[in-house]
Design a protein around this ligand. Structure first.
Ligand SMILES: Nc1ncnc2c1ncn2[C@@H]1O[C@H](COP(=O)(O)OP(=O)(O)O)[C@@H](O)[C@H]1O
Ligand SMILES: [Mg+2]
Length: 257
C-alpha cells in the first residue's frame, strides 16, 4: 500500500505524521519505506540523517534515473527504511518540464520495490506541483493532515477540488484514505467548532484519532528520533500509536470494498 501525505499548506504536520506513522506501522508490519520527497529534507533529518549524508536521495532517483534500491537505506527504527530528500528536489519542476511521462516517474521508480514493503509512505512538499503530482500518481491512497484552525477549512475544500482535478487530468487512482487532525489544542472554543465542521463535512473519512499538541513531538527531530524513540510514554507517542492502528484497520476495510 502506497500512501501519499499531501496538503499544499505547510506546517500542518505532514512530515511529523509521515515519520511517526511510518514508525508506528513499522512496529506492526516490520516492512515500511518512508520516501522523503521534500527539498527541505525534514523527514530525513528527523530520522537522524546528516545534511552531508543525504545523497543518493529521491532527487537522484526521480531526476537522474538512479535505481531506487541503491538509494534506499535502513534507519535505526527496526523495519523502517528511508529514501532521503534533498535540495535538488527544488529543481524537479524545471528538470522534468520537457520529459515525456513526467508525472509517472515516481510510480515507475517505486515499481521494483513496492512488493518488498507492507507500506510505502510519501512525505510531500507543501505544494501541488510536479513532485506531489508524482506522489498522487504513484499512490494507492492519500492522507491529508489538517490543523483545525478556521482558515484551514477553506484550504481543505480547495485541496480536495485540486486533487480531484489532478486525478482526472493524470489518471491518478489514489483515493482519500482519510484526514488526520493534527496539532490539536482543545482549549480554545473555536477548535471544537472547527473540528465539528470538518467531521460534519467529511464524516468517517476523518480518523477518530486526534494528534494533540505535544512538545515532545516537536523536540524529537532534533534528536534524530521518532516519538517512540524520544518519549514512548508521551501523549504524542500514544496518539501516533493509535493512528497507526486505525490506518491499518482502514486499509483492510477499504481493501475489502
Ligand atoms: N502535534 C504536534 N505538537 C507540537 N508540535 C508539532 C506537532 N506536529 C507538528 N509539530 C511541529 O510543527 C512544525 C510543522 O510540522 P511539520 O511536520 O514539519 O509540518 P509540514 O511537514 O506539514 O510542513 C514542526 O516544527 C513540528 O515539529
Ligand atoms: Mg514537511
Amino acid at each position: 500500500m502506497i500512501i501519499a501525505l499531501v496538503n499544499n499548506k505547510g506546517g500542518v504536520a505532514k512530515t511529523t505524521t509521515a515519520v511517526n506513522l511510518a514508525a508506528g506501522l513499522a512496529t506492526r508490519t516490520r516492512r515500511v519505506l518512508l520516501a522523503d520527497l521534500d527539498s527541505q529534507g525534514s523527514a530525513s533529518f528527523s530520522l537522524g540523517v546528516a545534511r552531508a549524508d543525504l545523497a543518493p536521495s529521491s532527487a537522484e532517483v526521480l531526476l537522474d534515473g538512479v535505481p531506487i534500491r541503491s538509494a534506499i537505506r535502513p534507519t535505526s527504527v527496526e523495519g523502517l527504511d528511508l529514501l532521503t530528500g534533498s535540495m535538488a528536489l527544488a529543481n524537479a519542476d524545471l528538470a522534468l518540464a520537457d520529459v515525456k511521462g513526467r508525472e509517472r516517474r515516481l510510480a515507475e521508480a517505486l515499481a521494483p520495490v513496492r512488493n518488498d514493503y507492507a507500506f510505502i509512505l510519501l512525505d510531500c512538499p507543501p505544494s501541488l506541483s510536479m513532485v506531489p503530482i508524482n506522489a498522487l500518481v504513484a499512490a494507492d491512497a492519500f492522507l491529508v493532515p489538517v490543523t483545525p484552525q478556521y482558515l484551514a477549512v477553506e484550504g481543505l475544500v480547495n485541496l480536495m477540488e485540486a486533487t480531484e482535478l489532478l486525478r482526472r487530468g493524470t489518471g491518478a487512482r489514489a483515493s482519500l484514505l482519510g484526514l488526520v487532525l493534527t496539532q490539536v489544542d482543545r482549549r480554545p472554543k473555536v477548535t471544537g467548532e472547527v473540528i465539528d465542521l470538518i467531521r460534519g463535512h467529511y464524516g468517517d473519512r476523518v480518523f477518530k484519532t486526534e494528534i494533540p499538541i505535544n512538545v515532545r513531538l516537536s523536540e524529537a527531530p532534533s534528536f534524530g528520533q521518532t516519538i517512540f524513540g524520544h518519549d514512548p510514554s508521551s501523549s504524542g507517542a500514544d496518539a501516533y500509536r493509535r493512528l497507526a492502528a486505525e490506518v491499518l484497520q482502514r486499509c483492510r476495510q477499504d481493501g475489502k470494498k
